[in-house]
Design a protein around this ligand. Structure first.
Ligand code: ATP
Ligand code: ATP
Ligand code: MG
Ligand code: MG
Ligand code: MG
Ligand code: MG
Ligand code: MG
Length: 269
């Protein structure tokens, strides 16, 4: 209340550390699921990729983009999502702790809130958590390299996991045996095992698994049914109305090459 506003206790506020993110830099918040190796096991995630879990992650990321200010692009894979705030954002005076905690709490509450929409017959057994970190990138190059790094990580892990789980699920190897089999193999070796032993062409695996998910703002035509108010004789009648909304739309494309950035120059404006 007002009486507390200028009390003798007010000085303790000065103990708060200044965590302002450097002006004009890209601010990235990356979240990662806490102990999701166990969470995936307990909730019977399919291996190597549970598409329900990936779609739920993306639903949460869309909620974060819609509810919070100034996020221009997000990238997700596995149990992680990165959110990029625009260079000139002045949201919460660019305080890192505000960016990070708002993203993490909105994401985590959404994960629980939307769980049932994706895991219809799999109950949520305990409340999941996410860690967050803030990274500040001074140039378009470092930001693009950051996103490339996450997508390269997605590729490396997914190639490994695809072979690892094929060896277990189709060849009956134990996890220890599968790991030993893959020890020291290069990407080409893994592609070769997939092709010769399992008749899998890695390039034909789903894009969402190989590339992860990019969320960018795009105009979408939405058809909604609207109740007509007047005139009285038409009361209760419904009509289809199309309107254009800007929404965070998921893409499963390459973001390492130049093509994506040339196609969407507005992101780095
Ligand atoms: P901000 O996002 O800046 O925190 P805020 O609306 O949450 O905005 P606060 O200063 O955090 O602002 O104040 C929280 C407000 O929430 C209170 O002013 C009060 O109106 C409401 N509120 C919180 N808890 C209760 C409660 N238990 N009973 C009634 N009202 C509450
Ligand atoms: P930490 O708390 O350190 O992040 P972690 O167990 O979450 O520990 P990560 O390196 O983040 O470790 O790995 C996440 C793990 O979650 C993956 O190894 C995988 O087992 C599991 N996982 C996450 N998403 C999926 C998914 N969509 N399908 C299958 N498994 C998944
Ligand atoms: Mg308060
Ligand atoms: Mg980790
Ligand atoms: Mg994790
Ligand atoms: Mg992870
Ligand atoms: Mg409040």
């Amino acid at each position: 209340g007002a009486a507390m506003a200028k009390s003798k206790f007010e000085y303790v506020r000065d103990f708060e550390a200044d965590d302002t993110c450097l002006a004009h830099c890209w601010v990235v918040v990356r979240l990662d699921g806490r102990n999701f190796h166990r969470f995936a096991e307990k909730h019977n995630f399919s291996k190597p990729n549970d598409s329900r879990a990936l779609h739920l992650m993306t639903r949460c990321a869309q909620t974060v983009m819609e509810e919070l200010e100034d996020i221009v692009i997000a990238y997700g894979q596995s149990d992680e999502y990165s959110f990029v705030f625009k260079r000139k954002s002045n949201w919460f005076k660019r305080r890192a702790s505000k960016f990070m905690t708002h993203v993490a709490s909105q994401f985590a509450s959404s994960y629980v809130f939307y769980w049932r929409d994706y895991f219809e017959d799999q109950p949520l057994l305990y409340p999941p958590g996410f860690d967050g970190r803030v990274i500040v990138y001074p140039s378009n190059k470092t930001l693009k390299d950051y996103l490339s790094w996450r997508q390269a990580d997605c590729h490396i892990n997914n190639l490994y996991n695809t072979v690892f789980w094929a060896l277990i699920q189709q060849s009956g190897l134990t996890p220890v045996q599968a790991q030993a089999r893959l020890q020291g193999t290069l990407a080409a070796d893994k592609n070769e095992i997939l092709f010769s032993e399992f008749n899998i062409n890695y390039n034909n695996e789903p894009m969402m698994y190989r590339k992860g998910t990019v969320l960018i703002w795009q105009k979408v035509d939405e058809v909604m049914t609207k109740e007509i108010k007047l005139p009285a004789e038409m009361e209760g009648k419904k009509m289809a109305v199309t309107r254009t909304r800007t929404k965070p739309v998921p893409l499963h494309c390459d973001i390492i090459g130049d093509a994506f950035w040339k196609e969407h120059p507005e992101i780095l404006d």
